[in-house]
Structures are given as structure tokens and as C-alpha cells.
Design a protein around this ligand. Sequence first.
Ligand SMILES: CC(=O)SCCNC(=O)CCNC(=O)[C@H](O)C(C)(C)COP(=O)(O)OP(=O)(O)OC[C@H]1O[C@@H](n2cnc3c(N)ncnc32)[C@H](O)[C@@H]1OP(=O)(O)O
Length: 406
Amino acid sequence: MTDVTVPRAEDFDEISALLALAFHDDPDPEMTEVERGVFEPERALLVRDGGTAVAHAAAFTRDLQAPGASVPAAHVTMVSVLPTHRRRGLLTALMRRQLREIRDAGREPVAVLWASEGRIYPRFGYGLAAQRYTLQCETAELRLPEPASAGGTLRLDRPAGHRAELARVYERVRADRPGWSSRDERWWAYVLADVKGHRDGATERRVLLHDGTDGVDGYALYRTKEGWEPRGPRGEVRVDEVVAATPEAYLALWRLLLSLDLTRRLSFRTAAVDEPLLWLLNEPRGLGAQLADALWVRVVDVPTALAARRYATDVDLVIEVTDELLPENSGRWRLVGGPAGAECVATTAPAHLACDVRALGELYLGGAGLGALAAAGRVRELIPGTVATSAAPFTWHRAPSPMEVF
Ligand SMILES: CC(=O)SCCNC(=O)CCNC(=O)[C@H](O)C(C)(C)COP(=O)(O)OP(=O)(O)OC[C@H]1O[C@@H](n2cnc3c(N)ncnc32)[C@H](O)[C@@H]1OP(=O)(O)O
């Protein structure tokens, strides 16, 4: 049987070729360089068979915004098994070892990932923590309100020269948005990389900046793709990010994106499920919004993770947790917390609720409702009435939302 090893930086070309095979892509040297910039070989796991790379998984070191706190989170990624070697337990071996290493390192109480298919990760304790809307709008009949005041101004440019301004706005908004990940210099380079092979016929990426009274307070990253038909223009706007620190900036950015001359369609893959557009547009149905999964969270260290986030209202309850892969998480935990902070310790007191560790991941960012999980039978109420009184603290005033696929 094949052994799981830690690769060296030089192995990345081979890993990149394995990823391309598993994801049905041709290897793209430009993309490989972009990914090499964020690859952390010491956090990766590689399986070889007779010298050939056959399975791989990696993690990035970033923080994840949780309700009221930025929490160190292993960003799990680049998972692939060669088609000739699948369904013989290689992914299982990689996931088990990776979770054990994250737990033993003691730095990251949670792991987070985007799943290529939703059915892959629940068996490893990952729960669906944030959903998103994909938008496919026909823009011709969509209208947004006029701005209340003259407000700020918009500028259009290439993103590269604006990294510091974008980072400032992003960090300001991130503090209030569960699901967004920290971005250091390397990650900004990754996010702003504009790989030609991934443009799918659209233009290079552009940035639209909104200048408010205190400088840049919002931006949008987008491309356009030309299109014509007998009745006239049918260009498309492809939005990558809209980050706005004020309602004025948000409205101004979207007013322009939805009304660009010669365009009639707009697409956006990572709209929030509480996207303000829903409450601004003359026809919300026109967004063509479809619900999709986004972030899957795995609680790796129950007491540390539960104590790291904030709670919308005061909470004091005992949860009986089961975790087959990381048995030290199994047991009864007393969570006492609120908007200012939280503590979580082992207890022998009777439990109010019982669930598996996956349900804690689903609750972690404030996305899944405790009531919904209880109705699904995924959380069991051991002391009657607990669900009704304890659902509110786990929510947050903004829905968790993904911002970029990592
Ligand atoms: C975070 C990310 O990077 S997401 C990207 C994941 N990668 C991809 O989707 C690339 C293409 N797919 C692959 O490379 C592989 O099929 C993987 C990685 C998804 C699965 O690897 P495998 O080594 O085949 O998984 P493994 O043999 O450990 O399977 C474990 C269990 O999960 C099930 N499983 C694994 N993948 C899938 C799947 N895509 N759909 C349904 N079930 C699956 C297996 O049937 C098995 O179930 P069982 O124990 O009841 O028999």
C-alpha cells in the first residue's frame, strides 16, 4: 500500500498536473505559477504509487471570519485522487491524517473548504456552514433606486495598482461578515491574478472604486464579455467581488454594474443569501438567484472553536457532542457566552442538546438555524424548550457569505 508523505516545494508541478487531471483541465502554466505562490508544501499531503503522484490534499494558513471574531482556520484545498486510484480509500486516509495534524498542531480550531461535490465531506465531519446565491440576471428591466444624495464618485481602473486600497475596504467590511477569509500579500496576489486561460472570452479584470468622504469605501471587481444579436447588443457583466463599507457605495457600484452600456446580462457566483440587492431592486426575481452550497466547516477542537466566536445573545447550555474521527471532541461541553465573548469547558452536567460534530460546523458561522437542524433530527433536544430559547444566540446579524473560492 502507498504511504502518505509531505511533499517538497519542487513537487508542485507534479501536483498541479494531478489536479488538472482530476478536475478535467489542461495544465495551465500561468495558473500553476499563481497557485505556487500560495502553496504551503509543509501543510500538504501526497501519496505516490511506484513514484507517480496519485493523491493529494493541502491546507492554506488563513483566518476565517466567524460571528464577531476572526478565527485561525485550516483552508483545505487541492484535494484530488488520480482516476485510476479512486474509491480505494486514499481520500479517507488523507482526510484522517490531515484532521489529526490540524488538531495536534493546536493552532486552528476549525477547518474550512469549498466542496466540488457536497456529498464528499460530511463523512469527515464537515457541515454546510455558508450558502450563497448564484445570480444570472437579465438586466434590461432591472432598476435600482436613485441615490438619496450626490454622495461619492466612481473611478474605473486596472486592479493591480490599488491593492492597498482594496485591502483596507475588505478588512473593514470583513469584520462584520462571517465567511470571509483573511488576505495577506500572497492572497491579494492570488485574488487579483488574472489568468488568461480562465477568462472564458471575457476582458481582463477591472476595478470600480467608490470614493466616499473618507476615501475609498467600496469596490467591485468584474469583467465584461461582448455579445451581439439581431435585435442589438447583448454583452455580459461578470462580477467577481463587490465590497462596500457604506450603503451609498453599495448602491453606486451596483447601479453602474447593472446598467453598463451594451450589456444585457450580469452573472455573480458568490452573492450572499442576505444580499442587499434583494431589498433594493424593482424586481428581485430578476436576479435569477439560485441557492448553492459554499463553505463547509469542520470543528476540529470543540471547546476552543465554540469559545472563539461570539453569540448574538446570551447563551448558557450543555451540548453532548459525538466525533468519530477526533474522539477528544466527544463528550459534554458547557458553553457560556454572549456578544462580548464566550467560554466552553467539559462538564458532567446533564446535556440540553445532543449532536454530532458536523452539526457544530453547520452552526458555526451563524448560517444554519438550530431549529432547522432540530427539525431535521440532526440536533436532538434533551431538555424540552432548549431549541426555542437557544436558537437566537447562534445566529448573527449578517448571514455568512463566501467571498472567493480558494
Ligand atoms: C476541498 C477540495 O479540494 S474539493 C475537490 C475534491 N476533488 C475532486 O472532486 C476531484 C475529482 N475527484 C477525486 O479526485 C476523487 O474522486 C475524490 C477526492 C473526490 C475521492 O477520492 P477517493 O480516494 O475515491 O475517496 P475514498 O475512496 O476515500 O472514498 C471514501 C468514501 O467517499 C465516497 N466518495 C468519494 N468521492 C465521492 C464522490 N465524488 N461522490 C460520492 N461519493 C464519494 C466513496 O464512495 C467512499 O464511500 P464508502 O466508504 O461508503 O465506500
